[in-house]
Design a protein around this ligand. Structure first.
Ligand code: SAM
Ligand code: SF4
Ligand code: F3S
Length: 444
């Protein structure tokens, strides 16, 4: 049997990144090895995202690119995975026969069987599991990811049905993985060298697992992981304001490893808009969480997502969003123009004028980006704590992140990889801090 190579191109959120790694773990049992060379693979997977814009068109565009790459070579087995695959399904096979396999996020445990149907000379699997669920299958396969900063999906799907969002349709209803399986996977990642674990879910703070009448929540996972001495940092994303319960907020007092950074999307600063969006929280609910957390530790910083130009958004609503960003100086933020998604309630609503939306986006991004630049500028000449992740190829520099997930590029040494060190910041831009390792000082 010849060695088979697999290439996965990943779009979208961190959950897709986690999934792509788990797919690698699964296909390696068939003898596939991961390649970084996208033009010489036996199997090419596009792991897609459906959240905004012309997601479907982007996928066909990508397939067109792959066709060109393999024009004079044997065609790879073409797999479309991810949220577009879930939403479009068999339709895609009909539209483009170049596609061999369509695989939605709930079906990744079937990948090996599907590949075996297309390639006959694959290695025999040592173990085959007769499981009907994705997580049941993957719990039996080692997570081989060996990154210093690793993702770990604990919850999938969403029951909230915000009127703009396609996730409940592509990822299905909320499902929380068994508590002890998550801890076992975290132990595996720590053994592989992880120093930071980010717990993932579309609504990660809605995590709830019942066992022997005890409810395990995200706070239990954080407090449990906090005890692993080899693990330095814990993060979680993405959370919903309504599920920021007091037990989770208390973790910021009880766990030193939980980073003082909360990504908490609000979408709009207007209660009227939040209601129209079916967000199930108000601006005050959000501010309440903000104040509670600041009381525990004033160093805690927030980042958020905003949707601009949602149907019905008036100038007054928009100004209320601007007011909110004056109250909370977000350390980081993502702002998107509303994009109607097929099947969602908001897709049937009257869109507001394009030029108004664009103007609003420019205004809000100016302000948000200025905040970011100012915050980063304030770090210049300061020492920041950086978890060193890797060397940057060709640059002889190193990459890591501070507590607030801001990328830091610095002069350092190989021996610092995997450690938390102090970096003296010399310059900055909107997204990144630049500096050099301060060898005399050890990080706190
Ligand atoms: N579960 C998270 C929450 O409730 O905040 C968000 C998950 S979603 C993957 C990430 C972000 O994409 C959302 O917070 C929202 O700002 C943005 N988004 C989702 N649907 C969108 C749409 N139809 N148009 C524009 N932005 C959208
Ligand atoms: Fe989408 Fe809303 Fe669910 Fe977040 S909470 S995934 S925005 S439906
Ligand atoms: Fe995109 Fe699906 Fe994630 S739509 S943002 S890949 S959950």
């Amino acid at each position: 049997m010849l060695e088979k190579k697999i290439f996965i191109k990943t779009f979208g959120c961190q959950m897709n990144e986690y999934d792509s790694n788990r797919i690698y773990d699964s296909v390696s049992k068939l003898g596939f090895i991961k390649t970084e060379n996208q033009s010489s693979a036996d199997c090419y997977i596009l792991n897609t995202c459906h959240i905004r814009d012309k997601a479907k068109e982007k996928v066909y565009h990508e397939i067109g690119r792959v066709k060109k790459l393999y024009k004079n070579k044997e065609k790879p087995i073409m797999v479309i995975a991810g949220c577009v695959a879930q939403a479009e399904n068999e339709e895609m096979l009909k539209r483009d026969p170049y596609i061999d396999i369509i695989l939605g996020p709930q079906s990744y445990h079937k990948i090996n069987d599907l590949l075996k149907k297309h390639i006959t000379d694959l290695k025999q699997e040592e173990t085959e599991f007769d499981t009907i669920s994705k997580f049941g299958y993957f719990d039996n396969i080692k997570n081989k990811n060996n990154k210093i900063s690793s993702f770990l999906t604990i919850q999938e799907g969403c029951d909230k049905f915000c009127h703009f969002c396609v996730v409940p349709f592509t990822r299905g209803p909320e499902y929380s993985r068994p508590f002890h399986n998550i801890i076992a996977e975290a132990e595996q990642l720590i053994k592989n060298g992880a120093k930071e674990i980010t717990l993932l879910g579309q609504n990660v703070n809605a995590y709830s697992y019942l066992e022997n009448s005890k409810e395990y929540k995200l706070s239990h996972l954080i407090n449990d992981l906090n005890q692993y001495s080899e693990l330095d940092r814990i993060r979680y994303t993405t959370s919903h304001p309504r599920d920021m319960t007091d037990d989770l907020i208390d973790c910021y007092a009880s766990s030193k490893k939980l980073m003082p950074f909360v990504h908490l999307p609000i979408q709009s600063g207007s209660d009227r808009m939040l209601k129209l969006m079916n967000r199930k929280h108000t601006v005050d609910d959000y501010l309440n969480v903000y104040e509670k957390l600041k009381k525990i530790n004033k160093e805690i910083e927030f980042s958020s997502d905003f949707i601009i130009g949602y149907p019905g958004e008036t100038q007054k609503d928009f100004e209320e969003t601007l007011e909110l960003i004056k109250k909370i100086k977000f350390i980081n933020s993502f702002s998107f123009i509303f994009s109607p998604r097929p099947g969602t309630k908001a897709s049937k609503l009257q869109m507001i004028e394009k030029n108004i939306t664009k103007e609003r986006l420019t205004i809000i991004q100016d302000k948000l980006f200025n905040n970011q630049k100012e915050i980063n500028k304030s770090k210049e000449n300061q020492l920041v704590n950086v978890l060193v992740e890797n060397k940057i190829e060709k640059q002889n520099k190193f990459f890591g992140r501070n507590e607030y997930i801001t990328p830091v590029i610095f002069e350092g040494s190989e021996s610092q990889i995997g450690k938390i060190i102090k970096v003296k910041i010399q310059s900055s831009n909107q997204n990144t801090l630049f500096g050099h390792a301060n060898n005399k000082m050890k990080a706190a």
